[in-house]
Write a protein that binds this ligand. Structure first.
Ligand code: SAH
Ligand code: SF4
Ligand code: F3S
Length: 478
């Protein structure tokens, strides 16, 4: 692949100019309408998309739109889509159907689609065919062009014209566009984009392109800026953070990047996802062990407990190798919490394979696991393999889910009775007068408190485990 181009100036300034142009057009439209125009960005999918949405919202806000959560009310709606499993796509089509009928009543409503779904040619064909009311479609590789595309959409006066701008891949990374964070005290930070692994079931490499790492100095500068703005926790994002740095001129590993981030004063917690087991190095385990800030937590997707299926999945590790890595982590960091992703029903999976996955869940003792039914993705190698019987898959899925729940419920008990620090994230929606926060190990804790605690650290006595979370009492205040 060609060298990565870091364009922090030319392209950035072009797009910042477009933000100014949007402001002018918007002011005119608002004068006509006699009110402010609003925008809503609805996010599907993973942390990567969530972070992209913060950038998209940042641009819309800066350009003068009033930001709303409500896609039915907003003048401009943008869906940031996911295509990792078919049900993600179906949700988007469902929403689009509803918006199409709303647009019949209100033709000035503007609708756009971006994210992973739009990187699939078959999806774009379907949208062109059956969803003609969409104004703008763009992909994952050119979200930095969003100001320009919004401007073109606003000045387009042909209602039949759909603006479609989807790139196959890119080697461009544009730094420093505006961002509106969802949380004031924590933030995702992209350290790399794309994926080179081509697990045989997965569509991500096709829709997110080849792996490209950001330069360490750009990452550090972004985190320093975030910390100066009140952020105490960062989540470093990449599809496979353990292979960070491979395309860079500077010889740097993920572990070394962590060492440098650790030195940032004022930053309290460092998380990362996702770690691919095949690339998890001893150096990383060492850095985690010695660190005061890197959380004693690892999301380590296993996908299957059967070496035979892992091979067919092109995961490049065996059950034994995975367990070896887990044991090293537990030895170095005894209190570590572990979570994982599991796919049930990969082509050719038998009852015995599923039993092996369940036994691995018990052996590792996961604190939580996200269990998915295999979804056939067009264009991936697994799509042309012989698919499993649906009924059997459902049975295996239920059996594994039950094992996950039982294991997690048992495991979480090891924290009962301890005093630990919680970073408060939100007021609790279910229990009046309670807040919800996270331990450094990512486990959720509920305790009595109010909104004034959001974003602060509280010392909490962990009274009782409740399945996937703990109930506690604050011991450092009222
Ligand atoms: N890069 C990360 C995960 C990306 S997708 C990693 O390597 O782990 C998140 C999860 O979705 C995956 O871990 C996998 O469990 C699941 N997934 C991906 N493709 C899928 C498919 N075709 N069907 C069902 N689940 C899938
Ligand atoms: Fe998909 Fe595998 Fe890449 Fe993860 S590592 S994004 S599962 S191809
Ligand atoms: Fe979905 Fe794209 Fe993330 S397919 S899981 S939003 S990288």
């Amino acid at each position: 692949m060609d060298e990565i181009t870091y364009s922090s100036n030319e392209e950035l300034h072009k797009q910042l100019d477009y933000i100014e142009k949007i402001k002018e057009v918007l002011a005119e439209k608002e004068k006509e309408a006699g009110r402010k125009l609003s925008a809503s960005v609805i996010t599907f999918g993973c942390q990567m998309n969530a972070r992209d949405s913060e950038k998209l919202i940042g641009i819309l806000h800066k350009a003068g739109f009033e930001i709303k959560d409500d896609d039915e009310q907003a003048d401009f709606v943008l869906y940031n889509t996911c295509t990792v499993r078919d049900n993600a796509n179906q949700k988007v089509y469902g929403r689009l159907g509803l918006l199409g009928s709303l647009k019949k009543k209100n033709p000035s409503k503007m609708i756009a689609l971006c994210g992973c779904m739009t990187q699939e040619a078959t999806v774009v064909d379907k949208l062109k065919e059956s969803y003609r009311f969409i104004n703008l479609i763009f992909g994952t590789h050119n979200i930095f062009k969003f100001p320009e595309l919004v401007y073109l959409m606003l000045v387009n006066d042909d209602p039949k014209h759909m603006i479609i701008d989807v790139w196959k891949d890119t080697n461009l990374i544009v730094e420093d566009l505006p961002v509106d964070r969802k949380y004031s005290f924590k933030s995702g930070v992209n350290i790399m984009f794309g994926c080179n692994n081509f697990c045989s079931y997965c569509i991500v490499p096709y829709v997110r392109g080849r792996e490209r790492s950001r330069k360490p100095e750009d990452i550090i500068a972004e985190i320093e800026k975030l910390v100066a703005d009140g952020v105490v926790e960062v989540m470093l994002l990449g599809q496979n953070v353990n292979s960070y740095g491979k395309n860079l001129d500077e010889d740097i590993t993920f572990a070394e990047l962590l060492r440098r981030i650790e030195k940032i004063e004022g930053l309290k917690r460092i998380r990362f996802m996702t770690s691919h087991p095949k690339d998890l190095s001893d150096e990383l385990i060492e850095v985690m062990k010695d660190s005061k800030k890197i959380n004693p937590y690892m999301h380590l997707p296993v996908q299957s407990g059967s070496s035979r299926i892992l091979k067919a999945m092109n995961r490049n590790y065996t059950r034994e190798r995975y367990l070896e890595v887990v044991n090293k982590l537990k030895e170095a960091i005894p209190d570590i919490t572990l979570t994982t992703d599991i796919i049930v029903g990969f082509p050719g999976e038998t009852k015995e394979d599923a039993m092996e996955t369940a036994s691995l869940v018990k052996e590792v003792g996961y604190d939580n696991a996200f269990t998915f039914i295999y979804s056939k993705r067009t264009g991936t190698p697994a799509a042309s393999m012989v698919q499993c019987d649906e009924k059997e898959v459902k049975e295996n899925f239920n059996m594994i889910l039950e094992t996950v729940q039982e294991t997690a419920k048992e495991r979480i008990k090891r924290f009962e009775g301890r005093d630990m620090e919680v970073l408060v994230e939100d007021v609790n929606d279910h229990e009046e007068g309670f807040v919800t926060g996270r331990l450094a190990n990512n486990l959720l804790v509920h305790f009595k408190g109010d909104a004034s605690l959001i974003g602060t650290f509280c010392k909490v006595h962990l009274d009782q485990s409740k399945g996937f979370y703990l109930l506690g009492t604050r011991i450092d205040g009222n």
